[in-house]
Design a protein. Structure first.
Length: 542
């Protein structure tokens, strides 16, 4: 620690001038970050955490956003109002940022190599050969498998966790003085989460790097941060040394955050409940092509011999590391990617069916994606998004569809009057409710939930889990629930499949696997998850 803070934020205010009037996103907050220190910034969606972070790098959409007051000093230099030349020297070099949603932060038309190279060439002036060597070092440093083979890959060819590792590599390329990490482990499973957190701690110690850690996961804050600030409605309501805040929270909102977590256990389906979806020895192999004629020289076995059954009113949880094949399995069962093996939906094997035959059944199979911001069209209103499936399947006339949209929004806890607004006008939790409404309006039988709570803060996670439970009980839905958060899996799934490298390593009742995992891989997943849980409860020293 140094006597003079690396970063000084004083009375920072941020307002957005919108057609409906001024929105005060940040209201006079102050904090310091010293060299080598980690400050945790905690709060629910919409509390102003990310707006604060973007202000430090002056990345807000000016002049729509403005600073009615305040100061941001970095190494004693004022950031607010600084010239573009000054900001260019700071951004990506002295201050770097890891964004929450890597799929929307990475350029979809550039390879991984080009995107990591860019910051090295711009700020360090490296020639392409040296930049490539450094890029490989960084990708290996953040634990990306087969780093050399990944250089020519595009973002859509990587899993969520792999994309986040690329983002971290880009941020660390120039050994920054301050790293702003906005939900850096949102998209990754517990074992990789532990690795990334350990990596950030090592880099902080090695480089003397300061870290501003923005997260909704209080366990991570307690494990990583020296000090923490709790934000609500654009204000810091409590701050201090992390252990002091956890040991004796003063503000009611802080106590509310600490108490918020998914609770309860799932209800088991009836023993004779009808089977909604099943498969046996299910496989998804992607060809590896090489040579001038692009001949197939091998296969990536994304899913390799999975067998599962999902009954009415049942939730089957699918657990595994990023890249293990969880999402590929789900997309294959929905007939969205090619696969081999039976896909039996309510007694009908739909594996060989053509698109025209499948179309009427699409309403019975729905999916809620991990990233609601990326899966909701920014050009459509909420009403148009929720009603799109109704139009495609020609359900009702305009008036009847409007009534169904209103009903679906009410069912997921949203004001129907908001149906004329657009996705960017909602918080992360509200956007996920819109995504759930889009799926539920079609009255499906089988629903894939692909990491539906991973991007949400803990209090909103608990609300979404309660919502999904209520919808399942009301409509007897069959869920395939994909998640890396084992606490959420335990709250929702009554049966678990553990997948590694496309193969099932353990399968059985959720409580049996949680209480007595048999496979070493499952044991490692549980150990990583419960280490963080022990940290949260104070059972492990920090």
């Amino acid at each position: 620690m140094t006597a003079t803070p690396l970063l000084q934020v004083r009375d920072l205010a941020v307002s957005f001038d919108l057609p409906e009037g001024e929105v005060k996103a940040v209201r006079g907050i102050s904090f310091d970050i010293a060299k080598g220190e980690t400050l945790g910034l905690v709060g629910e969606s919409g509390s102003g955490k990310t707006v604060t972070a973007l202000s430090i790098l002056q990345l807000l959409p000016y002049p729509l956003a403005r600073h009615p007051g305040g100061s941001i000093l970095f190494h004693g230099q004022e950031i607010i109002g600084a010239s573009e030349e000054v900001l260019r020297r700071i951004r990506g070099d002295r201050i770097a940022m890891i964004f929450q949603e890597p799929i929307t932060s990475l350029n979809p038309v550039h390879t991984i190599e080009k995107q990591v190279n860019e910051t090295l060439i711009v700020h360090k002036g490296l020639v392409p050969k040296a930049a490539r060597k450094r890029t490989l070092e960084l990708l290996r440093l953040v634990g990306l498998d087969d780093a050399e083979q990944r250089l020519g890959a595009f973002p859509h060819e990587l899993s969520g966790g792999q994309r986040q590792r690329v983002m971290i590599a880009m941020a660390l390329a120039n050994d920054p003085d301050l790293l702003i990490a906005d939900e850096p482990t949102t998209a990754v499973d517990v074992t990789i989460q532990a690795q990334i957190l350990e990596l950030l701690k090592e880099l902080r110690a090695k480089l003397g790097m300061a870290l501003l850690l923005i997260t909704h996961d209080l366990r991570i804050v307690r494990k990583m941060a020296d000090r923490m600030c709790v934000m609500k409605d654009g204000e810091i309501v409590e701050s201090g040394p992390t252990e002091a805040v956890f040991g004796r929270p003063q503000h009611p909102y802080t106590r509310h955050l600490f108490a918020a977590e998914p609770k309860g256990r799932p209800a088991s389906p009836e023993a004779d409940a009808p089977v909604v979806m099943s498969t046996r020895d299910f496989k998804i192999w992607f060809p590896i092509k090489a040579g001038l004629l692009r001949r197939t020289v091998g296969h990536v076995r994304a899913v390799d011999g999975v067998t599962l059954t999902v009954r009415e009113g049942q939730t089957v949880g699918v657990v595994g590391e990023s890249g293990s094949g969880k999402t590929s399995l789900a997309l294959g069962l929905l007939r969205l990617i090619s696969s081999r093996g039976p896909i039996v939906l309510e007694g009908r094997d739909i594996q060989g069916w053509r698109s025209r035959q499948l179309r009427p059944l699409r309403r019975e199979m729905q999916i809620v994606f991990q990233d609601p911001f990326g899966s909701l069209s920014p050009r459509l209103s909420v009403g148009e998004i929720v009603g799109e499936g109704l139009k495609v399947h020609r359900i009702g006339d305009a008036g009847e569809r409007e009534a169904l949209i209103v009903s679906a929004l009410e069912e997921v806890g949203l004001d129907p009057e908001t149906r004329h607004r657009y996705p960017h006008e909602f918080s992360g939790g509200q956007r996920q409710r819109i995504a759930i409404a889009r799926a539920m309006v079609l009255k499906p039988r089988f629903v894939v939930l692909d990491e539906p709570t991973s991007a949400l803060d803990m209090s909103v996670q608990a609300q979404i889990i309660d919502l999904l439970r209520a919808l399942q009980a009301r409509h007897k839905l069959a869920y395939l629930f994909i998640s890396h958060d084992l606490k959420v899996v335990r709250a929702l799934a009554d049966e678990i499949i553990v997948i590694r490298a496309g193969r099932v390593v353990e399968h059985g009742p959720a409580e049996a696997i949680f209480e007595n995992p048999k496979d070493p891989y499952t044991q490692a997943l549980m150990a990583a998850a419960f280490e963080l849980e022990a940290v949260e409860t104070g059972a492990v020293s920090i």
